[in-house]
Design a protein around this ligand. Structure first.
Ligand SMILES: Cc1cc2nc3c(=O)[nH]c(=O)nc-3n(C[C@H](O)[C@H](O)[C@H](O)COP(=O)(O)OP(=O)(O)OC[C@H]3O[C@@H](n4cnc5c(N)ncnc54)[C@H](O)[C@@H]3O)c2cc1C
Length: 428
């Protein structure tokens, strides 16, 4: 137990035992804030802690990513590109009813009103997470994460696309109070000399930061273990033991664990537990890739998204990463070389020195893509003491701290610091 607990859960009941299924960034943040509120927390993972989607992502903490993928016009543009061989966004043609339903739900959300609704819900978690992360970094609770707070550059190769973004910038300013700084032509290469000349321009979001995600997971692990949170690896959740809608324990691959509360922070795998959880969970695995290598000699200062190629790069203190692509191919974990080539070719288009040798890691991860672009955070309708924290799509790292705090507040019946309504599990 953590003796620093500010809102001791023992005020309400005897020390509650809480089991979190899933040791990704969401499970880790839930564990941290629940431990802070005085609970006795155990995290189980079917593999190793921090080795799921939270391991090799691009490391952006990006409050700029307010707008969801489901936007007006997204269906047409997606249909145009999804079956193209070299598209960053692809759907592997295969029969999958859950994917079909997910696409239908996604399509229904591609309108202005739902886009704004998702935007407000995302912004609340993104902004709060930013503040919480900065305080955790400043207090060295999360240490050695290679944090940089220079911002994030959205780079446009074509004039037309650079200027077209003015519309998005205006929408973000008017609706969400978020403004980017434009840098056209030579101004951009002056700001970021690692870029080739001749690129139309970029938009800088100074509110964004970046970290090395595997180091963040290592820091969470150190801190949780120091605070006596139990982490059990190679322990797979199998089923819920319950009576009258109250969970008493969970069956796992290593035996029964008794618990007062259970939280499923199982990322893209959450829908595979749907029968056990007795809920509709419209989440699809959106596969992305990354390549990690040493820093090139002409290493960018800024993390950048190359908009036309949908490729992202992350300069880290201890390395350099190229990432992205979105593939809906079910739970397929094969690393396809042609997808990695897309990343490299994208980076080559924009950067003077896009690569360095040797490649240290070729990685793929399943983003937990919710159909409406909003995470699912809240109580499972069929149980009094079972919860979900999943579906963070492309923003799990960026939204983790506020998610963890919110879950702790809901479970300990504190006033939530963000309105939990948009994230409710029973909205589908
Ligand atoms: C290429 C790429 C780049 C990205 N870049 C960014 C970025 O820059 N910024 C950002 O915010 N987000 C980014 N993301 C998204 C982000 O990585 C995810 O949203 C986030 O990692 C999801 O975290 P999670 O904890 O929900 O899932 P995970 O990290 O996948 O954790 C879930 C855990 O649950 C465990 N689990 C599942 N089922 C069971 C079971 N039955 N029993 C026990 N354990 C189980 C898994 O083993 C896993 O460890 C990116 C993703 C990709 C693929």
């Amino acid at each position: 137990m953590n003796s620093e607990s500010p809102n001791n859960i023992d005020q309400h009941q005897q020390t509650a035992r809480i089991v979190i299924v899933g040791g990704g960034v969401i499970g880790a943040a839930c564990a941290y804030y629940l431990n802070q509120s005085g609970a006795d927390v155990t995290v189980i993972d079917r593999g190793a802690f921090g080795q799921g989607c939270s391991h090799g992502n691009c490391g952006y903490l990006s409050p700029s990513h307010i707008l969801p993928l489901c936007q007006p016009g997204a269906v047409t543009s997606t249909l145009k590109t999804m079956f193209q061989k070299n598209s960053a966004f692809s759907i592997k043609p295969h029969f999958d009813l859950s994917l079909f339903n997910w696409l239908l739900q996604f399509a229904r959300k591609c309108n202005h009103k739902d886009m704004l609704h998702a935007g407000y819900a995302r912004q609340a978690l993104l902004d709060s997470s930013r503040e919480l992360y900065l305080s955790l970094f400043q207090a060295n609770i999360l240490d050695d994460c290679e944090l940089h707070t220079d911002g994030l550059l959205f780079v446009h190769d074509q004039e037309e696309h650079f200027h077209h973004y003015e519309k998005t910038d205006k929408l973000l300013q008017d609706e969400f109070g978020l403004a980017a700084k434009p840098f056209a032509g030579a101004e951009l290469t002056e700001l970021e000399p690692a870029l080739k000349a001749g690129i139309a321009g970029g938009w800088l979001y100074e509110c964004d930061s970046h970290v090395r995600p595997d180091k963040v997971m290592a820091a969470w692990k150190r801190r949780l273990e120091e605070n006596q949170v139990e982490i059990i690896e190679d322990c797979q959740f199998q089923s819920i033991e319950s009576s009258n809608g109250t969970v008493n324990g969970i069956q796992t691959s290593t035996g029964l664990i008794k618990t007062d509360q259970v939280i499923f922070a199982t990322g893209a795998l959450t829908p595979t537990l749907g029968k056990q959880l007795q809920a509709s969970i419209p989440i699809q695995p959106g596969k992305g890739y990354s390549l990690t290598m040493p820093r090139p000699k002409v290493c960018p200062k800024y993390p950048m998204i190359f908009e036309e190629h949908r490729v992202a790069i992350t300069p880290m203190d201890s390395g350099y990463r190229i990432g992205s692509t979105m593939e809906f191919a079910g739970y397929d974990s094969t690393i396809r070389e042609e997808r990695l080539e897309l990343l490299v070719n994208g980076a080559k288009h924009y950067l003077k020195e896009p690569m360095a040798e040797p490649i240290q890691e070729k990685w793929s991860g399943w983003r937990p893509m919710s159909s409406d672009g909003i995470p699912m955070i809240g109580q499972l309708p069929k149980f009094k003491n079972a919860w979900i924290a999943s579906g963070h799509s492309m923003l799990g790292l960026s939204m983790a701290t506020a998610t963890g705090k919110l879950v702790a507040e809901l479970i300990t019946q504190q006033t939530p610091h963000v309105d939990p309504t948009p994230y409710r599990v029973d909205r589908f």
